[in-house]
Design a protein around this ligand. Structure first.
Ligand code: ADP
Length: 493
């Protein structure tokens, strides 16, 4: 059933999903609630999409791919992406409020992401006209001209988590628009609202019907059928490693291409010569930003023994001074966790840290005074005296918890830092150029930041080693993930 096309204002109680250019309900008629994690209030209901809705969305995406969208020239796709970027810029505050209300990100942080997200859209716009094959001067098989073409893979299924709905949506949809693919995006059931708003803005900018479709629903009911669908040519996924593994298995039916950005347990190494004024806040916020719900969180903090105690004391003071609350308050630095389930999970790790013998030096508890009582708030937490085998040093917590460990030599810290199934990111603080280069080379991670953290640039590839996934987002390699290469041979003698 199609409902009237409406603007997604924040006071709306029900938001339909977007398939084939129409705002529609789930075929089952079922809905699900989404809550503000700072207050526990239900802020909207959305359709609880399932297999039949995925079928419908994939069919719409296929029709668009074969139809009008295939006739868009690269410069027309570029113009469209630039228009989307302008529209996003005009509606940026609306996007930020949507993210803050739906998943708790402090509004100041959401606003601060403008450069990155708008930059991504404009980067893809530039790349839309930079796609090209090669002319190859071969002579093995007679007088033949040969060249390669880059062609869009087709219908892309995108499955995203709740921790960065805006950036994740743009990271999945932007390259599709640049290359000429179409998309069925399944947002997280925990934070479906901003992707719906994004689809609306894209439609307003002139994205043709069926090019971008959003199916709201749960992982098993809507995500799994998308991953399995024989009519989907590629899946791009960001989320947990366990779900990534099940997506790879589901993809086997038609051997669709898959790219995965998964979990991490990223090391941050603070050398004895580091500038502590800089290292303390950056190391702290490498985890505490977004309440630790960041795949690249630098959650294993290795500090040179000679500065360990001073560093940990400064870190604890920094953690204790952070302002925690509803992210809609512009003074808030740290918002809530996404859900009561996530709160339980993080509290489990807080208990595990203490039980395994780590020393709590900051936080360690749920915050439930006054206005915080209805939300999912945890104090920014620092454990010291952590050993490599403790669960808090091995497992991804996805909460505001730093595990501090000390080290003596660079060889030792490299070995320990790399001793993890993950390989998403790493941080290094040093003033020595040789140490910076050596550690950047020797750390097994898709991104290494030196004397900074979190820097993401649309032109620089981002992605994992080992069980943090494969495929890259950002840079020219990102576009390649959405393209097939065709070899053409033309005999001319
Ligand atoms: P998290 O919720 O910790 O971010 P998940 O990997 O559970 O990580 O979720 C990320 C996304 O994957 C969400 O959109 C979720 O609905 C979806 N998802 C969960 N399970 C599956 C599955 N079996 N198949 C496809 N998608 C899934």
């Amino acid at each position: 059933m199609t409902v009237d096309q409406t603007r997604h204002s924040l006071d709306g109680r029900h938001r339909p999903m977007f398939i084939g250019g129409a705002w529609v309900e789930a075929a089952s008629g079922q809905t699900m609630e989404t809550r503000n994690p700072a207050t526990g209030e239900i802020i909207a209901t959305v359709p609880r999409g399932g297999k039949r809705d995925i079928e419908r969305a994939v069919a719409a995406a296929r029709n668009a791919f074969d139809g009008p969208w295939s006739r868009f020239k690269p410069h027309e796709r570029q113009k469209l992406l630039l228009k989307i970027a302008d529209l996003f810029e005009r509606h940026w505050e609306e996007i930020c409020v949507s993210d803050t209300t739906d998943m708790g990100l402090p509004i100041v942080r959401a606003r601060g992401n403008a450069n990155r997200v708008l930059g991504m859209l404009r980067y893809y716009a530039g790349m839309a006209t930079a796609i090209h094959g090669q002319s190859i001067q071969n002579s093995l098989a007679g007088d033949i001209v040969s060249y390669t073409r880059k062609e869009p893979v087709g219908v892309v299924g995108a499955i995203i988590p709740w921790n960065a709905p805006t950036a994740a949506s743009v990271w999945k949809i932007g390259p599709a628009l640049a290359t000429g693919c179409t998309v069925v995006l399944k947002p997280s059931e925990e934070a479906p609202l901003t992707p719906l708003l994004i689809a609306e803005l894209m439609a307003d900018a002139g994205v043709p019907d069926g090019v971008v479709n959003i199916v709201t629903g749960t992982g098993p009911e809507a995500g799994a059928p998308l991953a399995e669908h024989m009519g989907v040519d590629k899946i791009v996924f960001t989320g947990s490693t366990a779900t990534g593994q099940s997506i790879v298995r589901a993809s086997a039916g038609n051997l669709k291409r898959v790219s995965l950005e998964l979990g991490g347990k990223s090391p941050v190494i603070v050398c004895a010569d580091a500038d502590l004024e800089r290292a303390v806040p950056v190391a702290a916020m490498s985890v505490f930003a977004n309440s630790g719900q960041i795949c690249i969180a630098g959650s294993r903090l290795f500090v040179a023994r000679s500065i360990h105690d001073e560093f940990v004391a400064r870190l604890a003071a920094y953690a204790g001074a952070l302002r925690i609350g509803n992210g809609i308050d512009p003074n808030t630095e740290i918002g809530p966790l996404i859900s009561p389930r996530q709160l339980d999970r993080v509290q489990g790790y807080l208990r595990a840290g203490t039980e395994e013998g780590a020393r709590l030096v900051a936080g360690g508890n749920r915050l439930s005074d006054g206005a915080l009582a209805a939300g999912n708030f945890v104090a920014p937490t620092v454990f010291a005296g952590v050993s490599d085998i403790m669960r808090i040093a091995r497992e991804e917590i996805f909460g505001p918890v730093i595990s501090a460990l000390s080290f003596d030599t660079l060889d030792e810290v490299v070995r320990r830092a790399n001793d993890t199934p993950y390989g998403l990111a790493a941080g290094v603080f040093t003033r020595d150029l040789a140490t910076a280069h050596q550690l950047s080379r020797r750390l097994h991670a898709g991104s290494v930041w030196v004397n900074t953290y979190h820097a993401i640039d649309p032109a620089v590839p981002f992605g994992g080693y080992k069980m943090s996934g494969y495929g890259r987002e950002g840079g020219a390699e990102h576009l390649d993930e959405y393209l097939n290469t065709k070899g053409v041979f033309i005999r001319i003698d």
